[in-house]
Design a protein around this ligand. Structure first.
Ligand SMILES: Nc1ncnc2c1ncn2[C@@H]1O[C@H](COP(=O)(O)OP(=O)(O)OP(=O)(O)O)[C@@H](O)[C@H]1O
Length: 252
């Protein structure tokens, strides 16, 4: 990366729930414009990690800085302001079923950018729909969309606020391989066109290989290794090899 500005910096982060120690000393630096995939088996603490990054959960110890701010130390007002710079793509897409695609996209915009005219709102909706390749769905209901289309609209709903950071939670889960590839391509397109810095939580190795500049492998509460996809998986570590072998890998 040419630009080495650190956007997310995590040092010696720990988090337990009662006697369950989930994160046991995590270090991670995410640079501006980088896509980082956090890989790991179910229940290893990937969601806990992004909840801490976005200030939804407090760490037990360690430091977590996002865009220069220590998320667990700032005021609620500052946290709310910071959150507007962070976009979430949820596993479930989190669309409102009773609203059309247009209304789903309008909602966050009207709520968070109160000074926009009706024309500005319409323009923003049309632009973002075009960016995710779904202009034709503007008047449809979420129930009329495919799983892949719902994911795209979920991403569009986040992008409409022009976030600096994107957090993708299992972006390809529940999708067939071809639709997954389309979502992977969209993640790359968003990185380029919206200049986002992203963390992609996944156990889909094809997704990590396709989208990530850096991969971090979470195991037993620690990052076992970090680096390019090739570096992380060119290893003799049995746990990493097993993880690789048990997750479908499409080398194309
Ligand atoms: N608020 C909470 N209270 C108690 N335990 C929690 C809480 N949140 C998460 N956990 C526990 O922390 C562990 C890690 O959960 P997490 O959701 O981060 O896993 P994950 O790696 O995202 O898994 P998956 O891929 O299945 O989503 C789990 O054992 C979970 O039960």
């Amino acid at each position: 990366m040419d630009n080495k500005e650190v956007i997310i910096s995590i040092k010696d982060l720990t988090k337990s729930f009662g006697s369950l120690s989930v994160l046991k000393g995590i270090d991670l630096e995410v640079y501006k414009g980088e896509n980082v995939a956090v890989l790991g088996r179910s229940g290893t603490g990937k969601s806990v990690l992004i909840k801490i990054i976005s200030g939804l959960l407090k760490p037990d110890s360690g430091t977590v800085k996002v865009l220069g701010e220590e998320v667990d130390k700032i005021s609620n007002t500052a946290l709310q302001k910071l959150r507007l710079k962070i976009g979430f793509s949820f596993q479930s897409s989190a669309l409102y079923d009773s609203m059309t695609v247009r209304q789903n996209l309008e909602f966050p915009l009207v709520r968070n950018r109160r000074n926009l005219s009706k024309q500005d709102v319409s323009k923003a909706i049309e632009e973002v729909l075009n960016d995710v390749g779904l202009s034709q769905t503007i008047n449809q209901m979420p129930s009329e969309l495919s799983g892949g289309q719902r994911k795209r609209i979920g991403i569009a709903r986040t992008l409409i606020l022009k976030p600096e950071i994107m957090l993708y939670d299992e972006p390809t889960s529940g999708l067939d391989p071809i639709t997954s590839i389309e979502i992977n391509n969209l993640i790359l397109q968003v990185q380029k066109e919206y200049n986002t810095t992203s963390i992609i939580i996944t156990h889909d190795l094809t997704c990590a290989k396709h989208t990530a500049d850096k991969v971090a492998m979470l195991m037993d509460g620690k990052f076992l290794s970090q680096g390019s996809f090739k570096e992380v998986f060119s290893t003799d570590n049995e746990s990493v090899k097993t993880f690789y072998d048990y997750n479908f890998i499409n080398d194309k």
